[in-house]
Design a protein around this ligand. Structure first.
Ligand code: NAD
Length: 343
């Protein structure tokens, strides 16, 4: 049995982490910590477990085996490193950290403590994405040439626990980056995993097009990112991330291969559509992708608990998390320099 403490009791903890630990028969929720004690108390009432006064209390609790970090981006590395050094396994939300130095320090702490560090990149666990990876790996429609991927919604002020334009997601010193690190990073991780390759050339344009604080000034972080990514093997594609899609949330990907295309979440009736160059079309129906308003089991917590129980490597490692942060930072650098960045 794995006893897990949850640090950060906002939307993702309420909607995914806590219910998924609660539903995992090999896990028990030891308790919660949040700088806003009321939020931790609400979680304790809903899901059981105690309220911790601070992170040190969690680290000193010998009954805690694992720490789930679902607090704001700027504290991910601090809490992850402290937890690993205290001998706890760590599941850390994305983006893993806001600098590469912090990512490296987290990985080093995990290796030194011989404890699992997993990053919460949940797109890999979406059944349609798993099926797409099987299709790509089998090469039944040839090799991947290019891709197009999009993740866009109305913005974190409609999602985060603080539903206002004062949310930390709009504060550079806490968030680190804007939509590129919030939504874009999901697609970078998904694509790296699907094509089994790293991105080495980035050309991006990012901008704050619409979001404003309540005083009417533009937010400090970008609300739109338009990025061209090229991999080691020369696979190229576009990644669009936006917080200014005020219509229906988009979370779709098309993989263009030598023998046809794989369309993921492009059609309301079918989650996967495979079209061959001969004109045949096959549909594979599975569960719909999660949206902010429709939450289903992400698979992340079950995978994390499974790794701890079996002593196996996490399905999304610290190295994976670091690579995605590296690409996202390169997108920001490319946009700032208005030139191609080579990694
Ligand atoms: N994997 C996903 O699909 C996904 C989705 C949403 C958010 N996230 C990530 O999860 C994290 C939390 O996002 P959210 O949407 O739940 O945000 P949120 O604003 O709803 O909640 C964040 C919580 O963290 C708490 N907090 C802030 N600083 C803290 C600190 N120093 N110590 C303890 N608690 C602190 C806040 O009080 C708040 O309750 C972010 O890193 C975000 O990028 C991941």
């Amino acid at each position: 049995m794995v006893r897990a403490a949850i640090v950060g009791c906002g939307s993702i903890a309420r909607l995914r982490h806590a219910p998924e630990y609660k539903n995992n028969e090999n896990a028990v929720i030891a308790g919660f910590f949040d700088v806003d004690r009321k939020r931790a108390a609400e979680m304790s009432n809903s899901f059981g477990g105690r309220v911790y006064n601070n992170v040190e209390d969690i680290l000193n609790d010998s009954l805690v085996d694992a720490v789930s970090i679902s607090a704001a981006n700027s504290v991910h590395s601090l809490y992850a490193i402290a937890s690993l050094r205290a001998g706890k396994h760590v599941l850390c939300e994305k983006p893993m950290a806001t600098t590469l130095e912090d990512c490296d320090a987290m990985i080093e702490a995990s290796v030194a403590a011989d404890r699992i560090l997993m990053i919460g990149h949940n797109q890999r666990f979406v059944p349609a994405h798993i099926k797409a990876k099987e299709i790509i790996d089998s090469e039944i429609i040839g090799n991947v040439i290019s891709f197009r991927t999009v993740f866009s919604h109305k913005g974190p002020e409609t999602w985060a626990i603080d539903k206002s334009r004062g949310t930390w997601f709009f504060k550079k010193e806490i968030a680190g980056m804007g939509v590129t690190a919030d939504l874009g990073i999901h697609k970078v991780d998904l694509l790296r995993w699907l094509i089994n390759d790293d991105f080495v050339e980035i050309n991006a344009s990012i901008s704050t097009l619409d979001k404003k604080y309540s005083d009417g000034t533009a937010i400090q972080v970008e609300d739109n990112a338009f990025c061209i990514l090229k991999s080691v093997r020369g696979i190229m594609g576009t990644m669009t991330a936006s917080w200014t899609n005020y219509g229906e949330e988009e979370n779709s990907t098309v993989i263009y291969c030598t023998g046809g295309t794989i369309e993921l979440f492009c059609d309301n009736d079918h989650q996967i559509c495979v079209r061959t160059k001969e004109g045949n079309c096959s549909y594979f129906d599975s569960e719909n992708i999660q949206t902010n308003d429709r939450q289903t089991n992400s698979g992340v917590i079950d995978s994390f608990i499974g790794s701890i129980e079996k002593g196996t490597k996490p399905e999304v490692s610290g190295y994976d998390g670091r690579e995605s942060v590296r690409v996202i930072l390169a997108c920001c650098e490319s946009a700032a320099r208005r030139s191609v960045v080579r990694l």
